[in-house]
Every structure is written in structure tokens, then in C-alpha cells.
Design a protein around this ligand. Structure first.
Ligand code: GUN
Length: 296
């Protein structure tokens, strides 16, 4: 079997077209959705993500502001800035790009964002709502993974999903979303991590394998069963002397080896990445609708 390569760019494009129509409806009624993205420090990967978020906003007609702060910014300065944006009605969504410099508490920062503007879905209030299955802002990457599964014809309902990784940004929330008693979910989920025994035995049981550990090419062909659907959330920059920049991006899956056994697989780049930003746009649109009492 040679896998279908799931084109995240195409899926993202069709969702963005839907969002664009919604945004223009709101704008006709005098409502302009707004997103502020705050980045502290110079992390190169974060710089790229933040630029892409701004570009996506421009493309969809969402008003965006990017605040770039030096790595020397104090925690109090950042918290005060968040307070201002919490009060500013021009912005429906506030996103603080992670990771933050070590002297700033991520937990404190995420707690300070108004849960109603938390388009990242990282505030404990929204995390709690996600767990109990009530309406909330879902974290963008896990929600993007769910949408990608559904829209590529791989509904997780009744399937055994094995999640590799237990981060707060991907592993835990994706598991939580996919076990919900809901359309596009209803999966049986196993979460594996660095202390899991007999890992390959676990991953071989997956109908759907979601890799989110940040280890380049970690998932090998002998770790999956024939016909598996593989969603690769990893974004790892490795050295590649043949590339112009001297580096290239790879996922957590040994793509060429696993592709031969899989039913479907996402590439890196061009798989989950574009979906993450698309879900952020969707959350920003949703926040604008809520803030203006918009009824569909
Ligand atoms: N860093 C890596 N992924 C994310 C994300 O989804 N949101 C934010 N704010 N930071 C990130």
C-alpha cells in the first residue's frame, strides 16, 4: 500500500474560503474581527509562525496587530500589556506566542488572558470546558488535526487513536477532543509518552497514529500496522547540506518508510501546520461573533 498524502494546504484553503465569506458578512454589518499576536524574544521558529498568523489575517480580512517585545521584557510588563488588550474592544482575540523567555511564567500569562479572548484555547477555563465537552475555544493544533481527519475522509469515530506525546498544546488536548461523545470524535484513545513501555507494540495497534513528540523521524515503519492513518504534528529543523539554507523541516515520522504501509499520511511541511493557523482564524471569527452578539 502506498499512502494517500493528505494535503493540509488544500484542506486549509477550503476552510479559509469559508471563513473569508463569514468575515465579509460581519464587515458588511460594521464588525471587523481583530487579533493581536504578542511575541517576546527572538526564537526563529516563533518569528515564522507569528509572521504566518499575520499574513493569514490579512488574507481573510481580519484586522491584526503584532507586538514584538524584546527578550528582556519583564513579566509585569507583559501582564500589563495583556490587561490593556483585554479591555480593548477592537481585539476579539489575544495570542501570546509560546515559548516565553524563562523568566516569565507561562502559567501566569495564560491565566491573565480574558478567557473570552483566548483564541489559543490555553486558558484553564477553556481547557476545562473542552474536557467537559461544552462550547469553548479549542486549541488550534488539536482542532486542526480533528478537522484534517474528518475532511480527509478518516472520521475517528470508533477508531483506535494512539497519540504519541502528552504536551498541553497537542498531546493532551487532541486526546481529549477525540474521546468526546460527539460527531467527528468518539474514538478510543491511548496516550503514549517517554515513559511508556513497549511503545512499538502500542503504536502498532493504532488505526490512527498522531505523532507529537518533537523528535525527527522517530516513528519507523515497524512501529505501524498496514493501513494506518498517520498525522504528523512534529516540526523539526534538521541540518541538510544539500538544501540552500543548510537545513530542512521534517516531522516526527520517517515519512518515506511509513508511507509505504499507511493508508494516509500528512507531510511536513504542508500537513498539520496550515491547519493550526486556519483554526486560529476560525476562533478569532467565533470570538468576534460572540462579542457582537452575532447570530448565524
Ligand atoms: N507555540 C507553538 N504552538 C503554539 C500555539 O498553538 N499557540 C501559541 N500561542 N504558541 C505556540
Amino acid at each position: 500500500m502506498v499512502a494517500e498524502v493528505i494535503n493540509g494546504n488544500e484542506v486549509a484553503k477550503s476552510i479559509r474560503a469559508e471563513i473569508k465569506i463569514e468575515v465579509s458578512k460581519l464587515k458588511k454589518a460594521g464588525i471587523e474581527p481583530g487579533l493581536v499576536v504578542i511575541i517576546v524574544g527572538e526564537d526563529p521558529a516563533s518569528q515564522v509562525y507569528v509572521r504566518k498568523k499575520g499574513e493569514a489575517c490579512n488574507d481573510l480580512g481580519i484586522c491584526s496587530e503584532t507586538v514584538r517585545l524584546p527578550a528582556s521584557t519583564t513579566e509585569n510588563e507583559l501582564l500589563a500589556l495583556i490587561d490593556n488588550y483585554n479591555k480593548n474592544p477592537k481585539f476579539d482575540g489575544i495570542l501570546v506566542q509560546l515559548p516565553l523567555p524563562k523568566h516569565i511564567s507561562e502559567e501566569k500569562v495564560l491565566l491573565r488572558i480574558d478567557p473570552g479572548k483566548d483564541v489559543d484555547g490555553f486558558h484553564p477555563v477553556n481547557v476545562g470546558k473542552m474536557v467537559v465537552g461544552s462550547e469553548s475555544y479549542l486549541p488550534c493544533t488539536p482542532h486542526g488535526v480533528q478537522e484534517l481527519l474528518i475532511r480527509s475522509g478518516n472520521d475517528p469515530s470508533g477508531k483506535h487513536v494512539v497519540v504519541l506525546g502528552r504536551s498541553n498544546i497537542v498531546g493532551k488536548p487532541v486526546a481529549c477532543i477525540l474521546i468526546q461523545k460527539a460527531k467527528g470524535a468518539d474514538a478510543t484513545v491511548t496516550i503514549c509518552h517517554s515513559r511508556t513501555k513497549n511503545l512499538a507494540e502500542m503504536t502498532r495497534q493504532a488505526d490512527i497514529l498522531i505523532a507529537a513528540i518533537g523528535s525527527p523521524g522517530f516513528v519507523k515503519a515497524d512501529m505501524v500496522k498496514d493501513g494506518v492513518v498517520v498525522i504528523d504534528v512534529g516540526v523539526n529543523r534538521i541540518s541538510d547540506p544539500s538544501a540552500k539554507s543548510g537545513t530542512r523541516l521534517v516531522g516526527d515520522v520517517d515519512f518515506d518508510a511509513v508511507k509505504v504501509k499507511a493508508k494516509a499520511i500528512t507531510p511536513v511541511p504542508g500537513g498539520v501546520g496550515p491547519m493550526t493557523i486556519t483554526m486560529l482564524m476560525q476562533n478569532t471569527l467565533k470570538a468576534a461573533k460572540v462579542h457582537h452578539g452575532w447570530k448565524d
